[in-house]
Design a protein around this ligand. Sequence first.
Ligand SMILES: Nc1nc2c(c(=O)[nH]1)N[C@H]1C(S)=C(S)[C@@H](COP(=O)(O)O)O[C@H]1N2
Ligand SMILES: [Mo]
Length: 317
Amino acid sequence: MFIKRAQDLRWSDVTPREHYLRRREFIQAAAVAVAGGVAGLISPSEARAQGKGPKLPNVKKTEWGQAEMLTPYDAVTTYNNFYELGIDKDDPSRNASSLKPRPWTVSIEGLVGKPGKFPFDDLVKPYQLEERIYRLRCVEGWSMVIPWIGFPLRDLLARVEPMPKARFVEFTTLLAPTQFPGQQSPVLDWPYTEGLRLDEAMNPLTLLAVGLYGEVLPNQNGAPIRLVVPWKYGFKSIKSIVRIRLVERQPSTAWEKSQPREYGFYSNVNPEVDHPRWSQAKERRIGEFLKRPTLKFNGYGDQVASMYAGMDLRKYY
Ligand SMILES: Nc1nc2c(c(=O)[nH]1)N[C@H]1C(S)=C(S)[C@@H](COP(=O)(O)O)O[C@H]1N2
Ligand SMILES: [Mo]
């Protein structure tokens, strides 16, 4: 999101760096598209064979996204935003092995009847893993279609019994500068944090992902467990989660702290509300050449729009 600058730099100082980065990203995106083949995109039936890592057993197929063409595995796993592993798109895959996703513990705390520190396997064991093909729209103006594997966050929340006072959920990424070289520079106020309103967290679309393309989640995609909130800009889908806390007040988020005018708490995909520095009306689907129009709520309005009835989405961006 082009924020790799010292606090004291002025607008005029950073513009050339941004142009440079955007050009670089375009070139990288084009290279990824070529690597994915002429058409760039693949059908769900072609997709199963794509993964290269350990397979996840007993995954239930679902109807989600079956009509979509998928972004090739190589693009999904080499064109990433994961600032803990570096700020360029190819850094996370290059630096992926520095992250140790096992053993891993997720602490669930705050306003819940049954808090606990859950070793990864215990956390996941009760749930039937399912595959859901979701669109992911990055605030930078590109998008992908990814076959995620996971389970609804609401099932985990039900298990820990939220108290009536709980209104928001805060998520935190692992803080470990030895595993995450990016945390050795103050690019963001580490650890990365994100938040959802409780009804957003309980929405059936909101997924905790532990895999993609039939395999265990690659480190660069947020191993071992990350959020996927498909109607919001990609940065809400926080990676490598170690803490989930239920709270009464709206939590602050890493991007809001960094650039409050640019990145709000809600960050619903919305072509009608531009980013202060660029339009959000269109997007480039990685693997395609022409831009396509961006859909409100990333096309998931039927499932989520009612949560925002009566809210001014320009104010609550
Ligand atoms: N902890 C953490 N989570 C993160 C990020 C990050 O830098 N750190 N980047 C976000 C952004 S901007 C996007 S677009 C998505 C990208 O997910 P992907 O690499 O799996 O496609 O992850 C999001 N989650
Ligand atoms: Mo993003």
